[in-house]
Design a protein around this ligand. Structure first.
Ligand SMILES: O=C(O)CCC(=O)C(=O)O
Ligand SMILES: [Fe+2]
Length: 366
């Protein structure tokens, strides 16, 4: 039996401070440059914006994925009313009293529910954020949060999930299509060709309360997503930053109606390293409460993900070994931002490739 995704994440102790009422930054939440990996200055440059109705959308997406690993999409066909509703539902959830939110706390061995960022255990300091993860039905937790009105939340989540699943499938094929990959080249897609049969996804709601000392705080520390791709809706408050080579951290400012799309680790593997899984983080501010809703899109958890054979030839050997999503999540829970290097097979050095086991930057897994 394939491992359930629930079994593959690590849980963290629920020691939730109520950040919404803090007048000062506690030492537990005060980051120094050395805690903040990688700590480089901010630069200014513009993240590509792709209009999905543009006849050149495929090429534009390919270029954005290759050079940035992230872009914003407009004309994506997700109704503004649905984006408003999910934002209102998210705001409603995080505005509940802490005691109420803790009724839906993520259990020690679970994934779903309320709690601090799951990546917290990899960092010495706490993050200035709260999260709520939805994997599967949110019904049980919603009932604990709103004993009478839980259905409103569940209905919005259901609709959002449906719409995001369609959009994510479409974006995945555009990303793969821009590499010359067609539905016939990918063995594990469903019979309908558009989405997977039994594909997995999760929704991550994030809240970043106003912060008394934002320069020393970190909303969500630098990480890559373990997904094929992630679609992010942010409220009208800036905070998401991506690391762009040669520029440093670049802010992905919210654009009205636009959604942020980023390449995840699994797309990086499928593309045989052509599309970078972008390192990103969220910073906080002194005056505006920031919310974000991430749709985390992945394949069926037991399918082997490997560099696509069409992208492999004598001069382009497979950079990664095949791995299922479940297995990758377990690797991520152990090695975090070094996970990709643990499954490296070949390492490009100039125009040559060397066995990854012989390279000092690769984590050796025995
Ligand atoms: O809040 C953001 O902008 C980033 C959220 C994020 O990276 C995540 O949930 O994985
Ligand atoms: Fe992320």
């Amino acid at each position: 039996m394939p491992a359930r995704l629930e079994d593959t994440f690590r849980a963290h102790p629920q020691k939730c401070l109520d950040l919404n009422s803090m007048q000062e930054l506690p030492e537990t939440h005060a980051w120094t440059p050395s805690d903040n990996y990688p700590s480089v200055g901010t630069g200014s440059s513009h993240i590509p914006v792709v209009n999905l109705n543009d006849e050149n959308a495929l090429e534009l997406i390919g270029h954005a994925c290759k050079t940035w690993g992230v872009f914003q999409v407009v004309n994506h066909n997700i109704k503004k009313s649905l984006l408003d509703e999910i934002e209102a539902a998210t705001n409603g959830l995080f505005s509940l009293p802490m005691q109420q939110k803790l009724k839906a706390a993520r259990s020690p061995d679970g994934v779903s529910g309320y709690g601090m960022a799951r990546i917290s255990s990899f960092f010495p300091k706490r993050m200035w954020s709260e999260g709520f993860t939805i994997l599967g039905s949110p019904l049980e937790h919603a009932r604990q949060l709103w004993p009478r009105d839980y259905k409103i939340f569940c209905d919005v989540i259901k609709e959002y999930e449906k719409e995001m699943n369609n959009l994510a499938g479409r974006l995945m094929w555009l990303m793969l299509g821009s590499l010359g990959i067609t539905k016939h080249d990918v063995k594990w897609v469903g019979s309908e060709g558009n989405n997977f049969e039994g594909g997995c996804s999760a929704i991550q709601l994030n809240s970043y309360p106003v912060c008394p000392d934002p320069d020393r705080a970190m909303g969500l520390a630098a990480h890559t997503d373990s997904t094929i791709l992630t679609i992010l809706h942010q409220n009208n408050t800036s905070g998401l930053q991506v690391l762009h080579e040669g520029f440093g951290w670049i802010m992905v400012h919210p654009l009205p109606g636009a959604l942020v799309v980023n390449v995840g680790d699994l797309m990086h593997i499928l593309s045989n390293g052509l599309y970078p899984s972008v390192l990103h983080r969220a910073i906080v501010n002194r005056t505006q409460h920031r919310l974000s809703i991430a749709y985390l899109y992945g394949p069926p958890s037991s399918v082997k993900i490997a560099p696509l054979s069409k992208l492999i030839d004598h001069s382009h050997p497979p950079l990664y070994r095949p791995i299922t999503w479940s297995e990758y999540l377990r690797t991520k829970a152990k090695y975090f931002n070094k996970s990709l290097s643990t499954i490296r097979v070949w390492m490009p050095i100039g125009n040559e490739f060397i066995d990854a086991n012989d390279h000092p930057n690769c984590v050796q897994v025995s």
